[in-house]
Design a protein around this ligand. Structure first.
Ligand SMILES: NC(=O)c1ccc[n+]([C@@H]2O[C@H](COP(=O)([O-])OP(=O)(O)OC[C@H]3O[C@@H](n4cnc5c(N)ncnc54)[C@H](OP(=O)(O)O)[C@@H]3O)[C@@H](O)[C@H]2O)c1
Length: 251
């Protein structure tokens, strides 16, 4: 793999993600391993919506089990003959979970949005650094840039993952490994089914295009989708809290 040719193989963490599967329609790959918590559901989905990739392997994997990460990476390495790209698309929104969430609901959101992905990416980064090359794409969210009262559990977990990915990108900067941090706004996908789209709502295709562009970059990048959310959230983060409460409203 070079920046010019792009990756030929990929491991997807959260392989049944709408954004991830759309991305795989846009990046020309030879082989992919999809790691999903419900392999049967993913097999059924791919039978109806096949990927344009020669070799697709599905692995059962739960992001919440830290002992599963290294065996998954070893299997993916063997199946793929080397991992060029890792796309981390694990997450769950909790549909407005905030003050009414129980401690166990809160723990589940923290684990699926922060602890699970961050522990998996820890193992991924060690593997890629040892090989001296590879690209990691982390799906963060603008929800992590400033927590909203309606979903601060998801937002705070994404803030943790975002900070983790930034530190990881810096720590591997000299190693040949790149870490691209993708911060979409509201994306129409199964995660947001039934929710009213937020301003600047975007599509899985737009996020996929941003990821496909980023993986060709020779440097680690932070990408907002749509792009306007970057400058907009620079302003949002500086708003006094009472103003932010009104801007965020109850959404
Ligand atoms: N949609 C949005 O508005 C939006 C905006 C910003 C960022 N993002 C982020 O983008 C990523 C992809 O989201 P999406 O829109 O494609 O939604 P999605 O289709 O629901 O994808 C999320 C994936 O995470 C998987 N997952 C959750 N917990 C897991 C676990 N413990 N182990 C393994 N896999 C697990 C889900 O598995 P199942 O398929 O089995 O449920 C699902 O495939 C997420 O990180 C999300 O937070 C989404």
């Amino acid at each position: 793999m070079t920046a010019a040719t792009g990756p030929r193989t990929a491991l997807v963490l959260g392989g049944n993600s709408d954004i991830a599967l759309t991305t795989l329609q846009q990046i020309p790959l030879d082989r992919v391993v999809l790691a999903a918590r419900d392999a049967t559901a993913l097999r059924t989905r791919l039978a109806a919506e096949p990927l344009p990739i020669g070799q697709v392997s599905i692995e059962s994997w739960d992001a919440l089990d830290p002992s599963a990460h290294e065996p998954l990476i070893e299997r993916a390495h063997d199946v793929l003959g080397g991992i060029d790209l890792v796309l981390c698309a694990v997450g769950s929104l909790g549909h407005g979970a905030g003050i009414t969430a129980s401690p166990s609901d809160a723990a589940a959101l923290f684990e699926s949005n922060f602890t699970g992905p961050a522990t998996a990416l820890t193992a991924v980064a060690q593997h890629l650094v040892a090989r001296g090359y590879g690209t990691i794409v982390v799906l963060s969210s603008v929800a992590g840039l400033r927590a909203r009262r309606s979903n601060y559990l998801y937002g705070s977990a994404k803030a943790g993952l975002d900070a983790f990915a930034q530190g990881l990108a810096d720590s591997v900067a000299e190693s040949g490994v790149r870490v691209h941090l993708i911060r979409p706004g509201f994306v129409t996908s199964k995660m947001t089914t039934g929710l009213k789209p937020a301003p600047f709502a975007t599509s899985t295709q737009a996020v996929a295009t941003a990821i496909a562009d980023a993986v060709l970059s020779p440097r680690s990048r932070i990408v907002h989708v749509p792009r306007v959310l970057g400058p907009m959230f620079a302003v949002m983060r500086a708003l006094p809290r009472p103003v932010w409460r009104r801007v965020a409203g109850t959404r």
